[in-house]
Design a protein around this ligand. Structure first.
Ligand code: FE2
Length: 407
């Protein structure tokens, strides 16, 4: 890129250096062991179907692997840019509640920085997370000269795009093929119809946005007011989310059956694969969009920063968000069909509405761990209870405060 400075000078100017990873916690916390899948065993071709089938069987419980060290050095420097530079490159407004969504995708999905305090949390607390988002890495417009990137970001665009492209074009494609096998539909179906990327064809291509995310320590009084939940429980609106595994014990997932939050353990050079809302809807609720949250680390890991690199993979915007187009024998056999209360919607609609809700005061000002629920197109915006016996929208309406949005 033409920034005037060479790579060595940029590295010096922005103090690009290896990220110092946290040491393992001796707190005695026992994380759950997620199933892991070694994608190096994934081989194409009919003769290797059996191996892919075995991987697919493991995926039915879910996860994947890939490495990323250099990118963390870059992420660290970007997140250490001076406040003034960050303010000149914001993804949206300074708070979610003041965001004009007709103009911006907001701090969650827009390109640029989300400042600390953007999200409203429980009891009047503001969040202490900073992130920088990238969009359009899968298309050539990522490199357009008129994009407003900070100098250090511009320098590393090739590496950044290469990393996220690898996740989308290679890892995601393999994950979706394994899902095809689980669903007993032709291999490549989900990729071809939902996620594949066609150069310069924005409408008919799958998408994704990348994020470098840094958790700063919260003031002790604030931390107490949010019960140590520095990022409240939520599901992602995406198809899939890939999160780099890191050693600080802080990410938790909610057990659908018991409602208990459990720590996710660390595996070096691994990705945690999270199914999002789009995947849940496309499979009629067979695959669950996981409810996850981030809590303050144990005392012996507090001096380390939690830096994560996330890739949010989205299906193409016109993709229908119910299981009818899949025609999956497996889903039919198991009874996962489109519930009648679901309106027929495409991903663009869900992405737009869901993307507005995360940091809203009205949603987060709730008793307990769960936010106030919002009904969107016949679906709850987060579904914490769908694995419970006899759960239905009717029951939820009796038990919880549900905000209805008229579209
Ligand atoms: Fe998330």
């Amino acid at each position: 890129m033409t920034t005037g400075l060479n790579r060595e000078e940029i590295e010096k100017k922005y103090n690009v250096r290896p990220f110092k990873e946290a040491t393992p916690s001796k707190s005695g916390i026992k994380p759950i062991e997620l199933d892991s899948i070694d994608l190096s065993l994934f081989k194409e071709g009919p003769e290797n179907f059996e191996t892919r089938k075995q991987l697919a069987d493991k995926l039915e419980k879910s996860i994947s692997t890939y490495g990323f060290d250099h990118l963390r050095s870059i992420a660290q420097s970007i997140l250490e840019l001076p406040e003034e530079t960050k303010r000149n490159h914001l993804a949206g407004a300074l708070t979610s509640d003041s965001e004009d969504r007709s103009k911006s995708l907001g701090g969650e999905r827009g390109a640029g920085f989300k400042p600390r305090g953007y999200w409203s949390m429980k009891n009047g607390v503001r969040d202490s997370i900073e992130h920088y988002n990238f969009r359009d890495m899968l298309q050539s417009k990522f490199f357009d000269e008129d994009k407003n990137y900070p100098e250090v970001v511009k320098e590393y665009l090739p590496e950044i795009s290469e990393y996220f492209k690898k996740l989308h074009l290679d890892i995601l494609r393999k994950v979706t093929i394994l899902c095809d096998i689980v669903l007993e539909i032709p291999e490549g179906y989900l990729w071809e119809n939902y996620y594949k990327v066609i150069p310069e064809d924005y409408v008919n291509s799958g998408h994704g946005f990348g994020r470098f995310m840094m958790y700063h320590e919260m003031k002790p009084e604030d931390e107490a007011k949010v019960d140590k939940q520095v990022l409240r429980g939520h599901s992602d609106g995406t198809g899939f989310t890939f999160i780099t595994s890191q050693p600080i014990l802080s990410l938790q997932i909610r057990d659908y059956y018991t409602g208990e939050f459990k720590y996710v353990g660390h595996k070096k050079n691994s990705l945690i694969v999270n199914a999002g809302d789009a995947t849940e809807f496309i499979t009629g609720g067979y695959f669950k969009s996981s409810i996850h949250r981030v809590v303050a680390p144990p005392d012996d890991q507090r001096q380390f920063k939690r830096l994560v690199i996330i890739y949010f993979c989205d299906p193409k915007y016109p993709a229908v968000l119910d299981p009818e187009p899949l025609n999956s024998p497996k889903l039919k056999r198991l009874g996962f069909v489109k519930p009648k209360e679901w309106e027929k919607i495409d991903f663009a609609k869900w992405d737009d509405e869901k993307g507005r809700l995360f940091g809203k005061k009205e949603v987060n000002d709730s008793q307990g761990d769960e936010p106030n629920l919002v009904l969107l197109y016949g679906r709850l915006h987060e579904r914490w209870h769908q694995a419970e016996a006899n759960f239905s929208l009717e029951e939820a309406k009796k038990k919880y405060k549900i905000i209805e949005i008229n579209n």
